[in-house]
Design a protein around this ligand. Sequence first.
Ligand code: ZN
Length: 139
Amino acid sequence: MPVHTHRITIETGGGSDMHDISSEVQQAVQRSECQNGLAHIFVRHTTAAIMIGEYEPGLVHDFPAQVERLAPSDARYRHNELNHDDNAHSHLVGSIMGPSETVPFTDGRLELGTWQQITLLELDSHPRRREVVIQIMGE
Ligand code: ZN
């Protein structure tokens, strides 16, 4: 089965900002010329995550607060002490959410529900340049 690899780069703001990358993934499906298969979306970083959720202003606003509740940024962490770092909370939330999602497509269209968008979530406390790999496997 052929595999098509696409890469995109996203500049983030730092601080749990969300980026809707659904259209980039859909474009990758179209460029692959596959009609049916799977799109795998993978971010190559430990303090970012890929998730499928509703991308709307309320949740974009709520997300940073929820991330802070999951792993408070001002708590004491060994990672920060050992590495002179400040983003242990970012790593911990990243490990819960995970770096990837897989979405099926049929007739060249992603099978996303009406309220489902593919989003890159920045978990680090500083702006970053994020590399996302999109692999299309299909026929
Ligand atoms: Zn770190």
